[in-house]
Design a protein around this ligand. Structure first.
Ligand code: PGA
Length: 251
């Protein structure tokens, strides 16, 4: 496969500094002893970014932000800019995670502006798309995904910088319910086809990750699918041993 697998840890609003240090050291040591073919990125909450960046300095592991403001600076209390993330050592940023869409009312237009801001600051956007349970039940999965993806990649259509896509069915996030390998493959193949139309060269090169209750138990079956190129892991990424097991299943 020409695509380079990517496994990402989305720590969400978890961990204090000591936990972050412990996790980073465990991952760094295990991957130094036995390198993995997959690239690995950690997405901690904002206060932990400098801790994680310092721990991972000089290693192959990358750091990313969980969100960014579409503007470069200004009067936006509580927000963080792409420039600040890059300055803090981030290489990646999540855009369009369903928890941002749900908790903060982010719509497709805002997600597109965030992706554009990421590209401006040379951060690689990890764009998240996914349907809710109702949307799937009503047969709207592919329409929703197409709408989300078309909008989100407007800003990267001409960008040479790296990016990645995560399929995160909302009904599978944090629920313990995972998409079957067949369901994930069906969606990933659809997303790859659409990407081919939207972004020059992306279909073959772009990693499409699966996210939604990924665990060491289900990772191998999902990764065996031709269009699943890695994982965006929430809950299981908080335990470095579980996260490592998922990394080991991804390549
Ligand atoms: P989960 O979260 O692995 O806990 O389901 C995935 C995500 O939201 O990125």
């Amino acid at each position: 496969m020409s695509r380079h697998p990517l496994v990402a840890a989305n720590w969400k609003m978890n961990h204090l500094r000591a936990d972050a240090v412990d996790c980073c050291r465990a991952l760094k040591q295990a991957l130094a002893e036995r390198p993995a073919p997959a690239r690995v990125a950690i997405f901690p909450s904002f206060p932990l970014i400098p801790v994680v960046a310092a721990e991972l300095a000089g290693s192959e592991l990358a750091v990313g932000g969980q969100d960014l403001h579409p503007d470069d600076k200004g009067a936006h209390t509580g927000d963080v800019s792409g420039a600040q993330l890059a300055d803090a050592g981030c290489a990646w940023v999540l855009c369009g995670h369903s928890e941002r869409r749900q908790d903060h009312g982010e719509d497709d237009a805002l997600v597109a502006r965030k992706v554009a801001a990421a590209v401006r600051h040379r951060l690689a956007p990890l764009i998240c798309v996914g349907e809710t349970r109702d949307e799937r039940r009503e047969g709207r999965t592919f329409g929703v995904l197409e709408r989300q993806l078309r909008s989100a990649v407007t800003a990267v259509a001409s960008a040479a910088g790296p990016f990645a896509l995560a399929y995160e069915p909302v009904w599978a996030i944090g629920t313990g319910e995972t998409a079957t390998p067949e369901t994930a493959q069906e969606v990933h193949a659809f997303l790859r086809l659409l990407l081919g139309e939207l972004v020059e060269g992306a279909a073959a090169a772009l990693p499409i990750l699966y996210g939604g209750s990924a665990t060491p138990e289900n990772a191998a079956g999902l990764f065996a699918q031709p269009d699943v190129d890695g994982f965006l892991v929430g809950g299981a990424s908080l335990d470095p041993q579980k996260f490592l097991a998922i990394i080991r299943h991804s390549g």
